[in-house]
Design a protein around this ligand. Structure first.
Ligand SMILES: [Zn+2]
Length: 495
């Protein structure tokens, strides 16, 4: 346990401070030089001290699986993918399946084949999943291991092309996802350590399963690397109420029950986000899909609210957001809207008025900006409208929706403040927010007496750092309730 921090620089140009900590709480803030060096005292040597970061929307188990996979996004040929597989093979244990994801072969000059991957990794099964997950590229060893149940014709074809599509591809990826609990738990613990190394002290885990058993098992096995609030989905609401669960119910010192999460529309990429205006191109559902109509949403949220649950409603299109706000208004209570990607002008002020928090993922704007221009033409000034939300008095919180974007709040902070990535023109730069605002939306505490000692130290001032510097911000120290969950300080490495 850490009992004090010396020579820390607060944000905002204030004089360096020493901070005392007891029982996981900040107990004193003094001018630097007040506290003597000693055991349990960390000297930050003038580094910047700020509250620990939260990622307010993650799917932690999916992320833990995803981050182990070889990232093939950006590969411009089958040959390049094979080279990356050959490189991965040199770090793989014998017999391990090499799993990659994110390839897009539509514009490749050469064709994938089983033989290409056989040469790259002759002794390891290789399964590569396309970016849209509807196609899998396998080598011969993988076809032997995972192909057993496939129709003979599909398997025969794949012996040459290496490719499986649709159901045949899903049949293989389902086998990959079905790792035993103890293996998944190890991966989750590793993902938590990696998150702590990015300054994360807490996440809202919206994994779509009966998560309480997972978290009881993990905490019993010693998981304490992050604060976790896990969501409950409507299909499990009755079971949760019977089990006496409610938001805030404690599973361990760091893990507790989070909100009821309900998904009310689809997504932008599939043109299923429910919108006030029709999609410009022929779509099966011209306005998208409202999967939970108001007549069902209202009683569901009312029941969850009475049972003591916080409410989190997934709404991406402006139509779905309007419906969600209407229901919050009827209920006479606030909650959260997850995503809030496209908003009608007349709804901006309702977030503050109704006490509804906008839980947004700024990096999606970078991923989706071209798709948004195509599917929401003339409306993108209202998409990811962070500046407008803040100006209308709303509270926003930031997240990644990992594995959709990496579990790294610095990426979200960079996207929110620059509206740019890879040197592109800002995407509606007028909707950028300041670094101070982005940090406030990524933290839940302050560096103040009485606050939890969830603290991080960084080398660079985030209030004046460039977008690229924010994206890659090195984190020197992470404390969770006064306990070190990450340290890259030379003095701690020595001890
Ligand atoms: Zn999500």
């Amino acid at each position: 346990m850490i009992r004090a921090i010396r020579d820390a620089r607060p944000l905002g140009g204030h004089a360096p401070i020493d901070v005392t900590i007891s029982d996981g709480v900040i107990t004193g803030i003094h001018p630097a030089g007040t506290i003597a060096a000693g055991e349990g005292v960390i000297d930050l040597e003038g580094r910047f001290l700020l509250p620990g970061l939260w990622d307010e929307h993650v799917h932690l188990t999916q992320w833990a699986q995803h981050r182990r996979r070889l990232d093939l996004s950006g590969a411009s040929s089958a040959r390049e993918v094979a080279d990356r597989v050959a490189d991965a093979r040199s770090h793989a244990a014998p017999g391990d399946t090499i799993v990659g994801g994110g390839f897009r072969d539509g514009l490749w000059p050469d064709a994938p084949s089983a033989a290409l991957l056989d040469t790259a990794a002759p002794d390891h099964p290789v399964v590569l999943v396309s970016a849209d997950v509807h196609c899998a590229w396998l080598n011969s060893a993988a076809l032997d291991r995972f192909g057993a149940g496939l129709p003979a014709a599909e398997l025969e074809g794949a012996r040459t092309s290496g490719l499986l599509r649709e159901e045949a591809a899903f049949a293989v990826t389902r086998q990959l996802d079905a790792a035993p609990d103890d293996v998944l738990d190890e991966w989750v613990a590793a993902a938590a350590r990696e998150a702590a190394a990015r300054g994360v002290v807490g996440v809202v885990d919206l994994e779509m399963r009966w998560s309480v058993d997972d978290w009881r098992r993990r905490t019993a096995a010693g998981f304490d690397g992050l604060r976790v609030e896990f969501g409950v989905y409507p299909q499990h609401l009755d079971r949760a109420i019977e089990a006496g669960l409610r938001s805030g119910a404690v599973v361990s010192e760091t893990v507790s029950v989070g909100p009821l999460k309900v998904i009310t529309d689809g997504s932008l990429n599939t043109r299923t986000a429910y919108c006030c205006d029709p999609y410009p191109e022929e779509a099966e559902h011209p306005y998208g899909l409202l999967t939970v109509p108001p007549c069902d949403l209202h009683p569901l949220l009312a029941r969850a609210s009475e049972a003591g649950f916080e409410l989190a409603v997934h709404a991406i299109g402006d139509g779905a957001n309007k419906v969600a706000l209407d229901v919050f208004q009827k209920l006479g209570r606030g909650g959260r809207i997850e995503h809030a990607q496209l908003l009608h002008d007349s709804d901006l002020a309702r977030f503050a008025a109704l006490g509804v928090i906008a839980s947004v993922q700024p990096e999606h704007a970078m991923d989706d900006r071209d798709v948004a221009e195509r599917f929401w033409p003339g409306r993108t000034r209202r998409s990811f409208a962070l500046r407008s939300l803040l100006d209308a008095g709303a509270t926003i919180v930031l997240g990644s929706d990992a594995p959709v974007a990496p579990l790294d709040p610095w990426i979200a902070i960079a996207a929110a403040t620059t509206r740019s990535r890879d040197g592109r023109e800002p995407f509606h730069g007028e909707q950028a927010i300041t670094p101070a605002e982005a940090l406030a939306a990524s933290t839940r505490s302050l560096v103040a007496v009485g606050a939890r000692a969830d603290l991080i130290a960084v080398d660079t001032d985030p209030l004046s750092a460039s977008g690229d510097a924010l994206r890659t911000m090195p984190v020197a120290l992470t404390l969770l309730g006064g306990r070190v969950t990450h340290a890259a300080l030379p003095q701690l490495a020595r001890s």
